[in-house]
Design a protein around this ligand. Structure first.
Ligand code: UDP
Ligand code: MG
Length: 319
């Protein structure tokens, strides 16, 4: 579906917006410089369309957007009925995009739009997905440590390869966007779905600057929810924890059984009832944990069935 490299492709740029009035002028100025007609001609891009998804802003964001961008010709504004969240906003943007190439950036200029040109070069080199890898974050230390920890746990728990330290900032080809849009699940952790659909993917590194203006919309609670959404949408491994515990208990009870039997035979145990009780506890704990694991195994599979993702995605058929 993606246009061939000979004809100039069109580009959609998705920007989720939640109470970003402080930054919209800066954003507009920067986008207009980076994606000027001259730059588009130079980089062989036929047309750029901005898709702003106003995620229930209560400030003048939408008004400012229509002031700075020509709605209809250069921009589309999608307004949600209330605040649904960053990931639903990005999802709406993807579903309403029409470009051969689709980029996602944050409104606060933490994702330098200039990098989209480099991403397009990588696309021309044959990559379907080019994501930004944050090497230096100019954010507070606790947030940096939390992000660092999350991405490593996320990678460890993931059944597929996921890049660490990459957010939603990326460029995707039309065929990848179509595949993501076709995934039927409702809870969408876009960067996870992006990894899941496959195709040739690569990252480009960048220093993540501070917010250009305004304040973050993510508090700790929302980040925590995003992290759990991310892990559970990609992995059922946490459900297997009970299995590890069950086998540990079983192992401990078997070792203890041998030890006690040995000491019983030597006549060294004064009160065998107490030891029997401990053994019983260990065995029954192991049984209970094992039953939980069995439940988890079914729940994990039901969860995967409910998500209804395709069994495979074909890149091409050679015949
Ligand atoms: N955002 C959104 N809905 C929300 C929260 C955030 O659309 O409920 C947007 C926000 O306007 C910004 C992007 O998502 O364009 C990232 O948010 P933010 O910069 O506050 O997150 P941080 O960079 O601090 O993690
Ligand atoms: Mg930000």
């Amino acid at each position: 579906m993606s246009s061939s490299n000979n004809t100039a492709p069109t580009l959609s740029i998705i920007v989720p917006i939640f109470n970003e009035a402080d930054v919209i002028q800066l954003l507009a100025e920067r986008l207009k410089i980076v994606f000027s007609s001259a730059q588009c001609v130079k980089n062989k891009i036929a047309h750029v369309e901005y898709i702003f998804v106003d995620d229930g802003s209560q400030d003048e964001s939408s008004m400012l957007l229509s002031q700075f961008f020509e709605v209809g010709r250069e921009a589309k504004i999608i307004r949600f009925s209330r605040n649904f969240g960053h990931q639903p906003a990005v999802t709406a943007g993807l579903e309403h995009s029409s470009g051969d190439l689709v980029a996602i950036i944050d409104a606060d200029l933490q994702d330098p739009p200039e990098l989209i040109w480099q991403m397009i070069d990588q696309w021309r080199a044959g990559f379907d997905v080019v994501y930004g890898l944050r090497v230096n974050r100019k954010e507070n230390r606790i947030k940096r440590i939390a992000y660092w920890g999350f991405y490593r746990v996320y990678r460890w728990l993931s059944p597929i390869q996921v890049p660490v330290d990459s957010g939603d900032f990326c460029l995707m080809s039309r065929r990848v966007v179509n595949q993501i849009n076709a995934l039927p699940e409702r809870l969408r952790f876009v960067r996870g779905l992006r990894s899941w659909v496959g195709f040739k993917q690569c990252g480009i590194t960048y220093d993540r600057p501070e917010r250009a203006a305004g304040a973050t919309k993510y508090n700790f609670h929302r980040l925590y929810k995003l992290a759990t959404d991310g892990i559970t949408s990609l992995s059922v491994r946490p459900l297997q924890v009970a299995q590890v515990l069950a086998f540990s208990y079983l192992f401990a009870s078997i070792v203890l059984t041998f030890l006690i039997t040995y000491r019983l035979l030597l006549g060294q145990v004064a009160n065998p009832e107490m030891y029997l009780l401990i053994l019983l506890l260990l065995f029954s704990n192991s049984l209970i944990l094992f039953s939980i694991y069995v439940l988890g195994a079914y729940i994990g599979r039901s969860y995967q069935e409910i998500k209804g993702r395709p069994t495979y995605i074909i890149q091409e058929i050679i015949q």
